[in-house]
Ligand binder design. Structure first.
Ligand code: C6P
Length: 404
């Protein structure tokens, strides 16, 4: 990877924060945007802006082509069989809630089981918890190993013929692990359950193929993969999406509206009522072009190497405790510095121009499992370099001295 060229593509990185060149290590919360994405959105608003699927005028057709073109790009990027399996949403949160609210009640009855893990982000936790509460189903957890990983053996023991839904993150936003979702999907299917994969943290960093994973649903947040905020994706197998009822009603999702009854378009349109997030989809399409040009395998390799370097540097600092397995699979390091509150650590780091996240990372059940209330987290992306890690380590040493 040409680090210099990549960094130059992200104008926001070329600035000083608190008198220091910015080091952005909070990409798991939201990634930065390359020039190509910013330009694509600008071009759309300057030349093509109109509503989609409605007007017959030229701008309407251009906007529709751009929007549907983005859907095709997403389908290809994640290896879906066809673009009708791609529903545009606001993000992973909306996508997971759509599955829980629409698909959930069609299969879950009292006594059934929904299986998740304790490492799930609240977006992949609360929708299932609430569905279980509404229906009288049992929420079960695949137990985590000591290092915070999930094993296929543990999944085998938890998933039973009563299980109707298994939901799990492909990549944890705290533990820095890749979960064996392909193998767990196989266990789910053997027991007659569907597999829902939260892809918020995997799609930006790994080459993903939903057909190879054989998951039934898969979710994406555009803003974590160089795209704009407000756009995401629910992938669903065609037969499942077509059998699901819509949960939002309005323009363009209908087939025929009668006085007392109505019928719906097929998926994905039935889930995209109202004016959709057109510029967001265009921006996501541009992000996919950019990531494809750089190469997902290259990005994955670069981040893994950098994560190893970050683990080496941080573990050499006395008083730093790192959570998750010793060997990093993805570019994410979650840690604490002695008993200093992570918000204080993040504030001192910010004064050196280093941006990290501190808090519970929307994973309170996992924090309980780790027996901490919050942590600091440095998360990497394709634009980070070893120098960025050195700056993080140096700032942490300063923070340590400051609090001592
Ligand atoms: N995690 C983080 O800093 P949305 O907000 O809908 O784009 O994504 C939600 C979400 C779902 N699953 C996982 C694994 C996630 O990491 C996230 C978002 C951010 O870790 C913001 S809380």
């Amino acid at each position: 990877m040409n680090s210099q060229w990549i960094k130059e593509q992200f104008p926001i990185l070329n600035q000083e924060v608190n008198g220091h060149p910015l080091v952005y290590l909070d990409s798991a919360a939201s990634s930065q945007k390359p020039r190509a994405v910013i330009e694509a959105i600008k071009h759309y608003y300057e030349w093509d802006n109109a509503n989609v699927h409605r007007g017959v005028h030229t701008l309407g057709s251009r906007a529709t082509d751009a929007y549907e073109g983005a859907r095709e790009k997403v389908a290809k990027f994640i290896g879906a069989k066809r673009s009708e399996e791609i529903v545009f949403t606001r993000g992973t949160t909306t996508a997971l809630n759509l599955v829980a609210s629409s698909y959930g009640p069609t299969v879950i009855n009292e006594g059934d089981e929904i299986v998740i893990t304790q490492m799930e982000h609240h977006s992949n936790f609360i929708p299932w918890q609430q569905l279980a509460l509404r229906t009288g189903a049992t929420l079960k957890f695949i137990p985590l190993e000591q290092d915070g990983t999930v094993t296929i053996e543990a999944a085998e023991k938890t998933i039973t013929p009563k299980t109707k839904i298994v939901a799990m993150a492909y990549v944890s936003n705290v533990m820095g692990v890749i979960n064996p979702v392909k193998q767990i999907a196989e266990v789910a299917h053997r027991n007659g359950a569907v597999m829902v994969v939260d892809g918020a943290q995997s799609t930006p960093h790994l080459k993903v193929n939903v057909q190879d994973l054989d998951c039934d649903f898969y979710t994406i947040s555009g803003h974590k993969m160089c795209g704009p905020t407000g756009i995401g994706v629910l992938y669903g197998k065609k037969a499942l999406l077509s059998a699901m009822p819509p949960i939002e009603f309005g323009g363009e999702m209908i087939d025929d509206v009668g006085l007392y009854e109505s019928t719906w378009k097929d998926a994905p349109m039935r889930f995209e009522g109202g004016t959709p997030i057109i510029a967001g989809a265009v921006g996501l399409g541009a992000a996919i072009d950019f990531l494809t040009e750089v190469g997902m395998e290259q990005i994955e390799r670069h981040e893994k190497e950098l994560a190893g370097y970050a683990m080496d540097r941080l573990s050499q600092i006395d008083g730093v405790s790192i959570y998750g397995p010793a060997k990093r699979q993805v570019g994410l390091v979650t840690f604490n510095l002695g008993d200093v509150h992570p918000h204080d650590v993040a504030t001192v780091l910010d004064s050196y121009g280093v941006a990290i996240r501190a808090g519970h990372h929307c994973c309170q059940p996992l924090m309980r499992w780790l027996q901490v209330s919050s942590t600091a987290r440095a998360s990497l992306y394709l634009y980070n370099t070893e120098q960025d890690i050195d700056r993080l380590a140096d700032a942490l040493v300063q923070a340590k001295e400051y609090f001592a």
